[in-house]
Write a protein that binds this ligand. Structure first.
Ligand SMILES: *Cc1c(COP(=O)(O)O)cnc(C)c1O
Length: 216
């Protein structure tokens, strides 16, 4: 299957209201351009270095999504152009994004990452702490909390994945409003379940670009 076929098939399959982020980490600019040339402009990367390198040479109308863990000392380098930061997991990080957004005369859209799986190595805040961060962020004028993001446990157990996505959707529904309207959940192996459970933004890498040969 070609990359172009893959993205066409996925787009035909998902509902219109679901936004697709093509996760291009480890993939070449040529691969990205194949997808771009179908009219797709939303791409996700998880490493700042790689993101900056690609952003420099690829078309300027691409919406770049930072989907990986973001360190505070790297915010400065993506603040001029980043479209949406998915993995925000602390107030300190939000404060830094706000500061760098202000310097660039921008408002940067952010998603708060919630840890819905029991895996210790997954980033994100505890679901019960969302309200605290959300309220404290309300006086940061150069960021907008546009929604929440989460990753399910990597598992073959569909019920487990479903339960985790359900938890995230419940939280989303409690806080949903005009501004907070993005629920980013679902990857190549679980996006159908995620959409069933209310996702309106999915992040797909391998199902579009093919496997990453064990590179993360
Ligand atoms: C790599 C990655 C994805 C895409 O993973 P696939 O399984 O290739 O679809 C989605 N979200 C995050 C946060 C990732 O790091």
């Amino acid at each position: 299957m070609s990359i172009i076929n893959n993205i066409k098939i996925i787009k035909d399959k998902i509902p219109n209201y679901v936004n697709l982020v093509a996760v291009s980490k480890t993939k070449s600019c040529d691969d990205i351009m194949q997808v771009y040339n179908t009219g797709h402009i939303n791409f996700g990367e998880n490493k700042v270095q790689e993101l900056i390198k690609k952003q420099k040479v690829l078309p300027k109308d691409i919406n770049w999504h930072m989907i990986g863990h973001l360190q505070r000392n790297k915010v400065k380098s993506i603040a001029p152009f980043i479209y949406l930061i998915h993995g925000v997991d602390s107030l300190r990080l939000l404060i830094e994004i706000n500061k760098r957004a202000f310097e660039n005369n921008r408002i940067i859209d952010c998603l708060i990452q919630i840890n819905i799986s029991n895996e210790k190595n997954k980033f994100g805040i505890n679901i019960n702490d969302f309200k605290i961060i959300y309220n404290k962020a309300s006086n940061l004028k150069n960021i907008k909390i546009k929604g929440i993001m989460g990753m399910a446990t990597y598992s073959k157990n569909k019920n487990k994945i479903k339960e985790e996505f359900k938890k995230l959707n419940n939280l989303f529904n409690k806080f949903k409003n005009k501004e907070l309207n993005i629920l980013s959940m679902g990857m190549s192996n679980d996006y159908e379940i995620a959409i069933d459970e209310g996702s309106n933004m999915i992040r797909l890498g391998s199902s579009i670009f093919g496997s990453r040969e064990n590179k993360v």
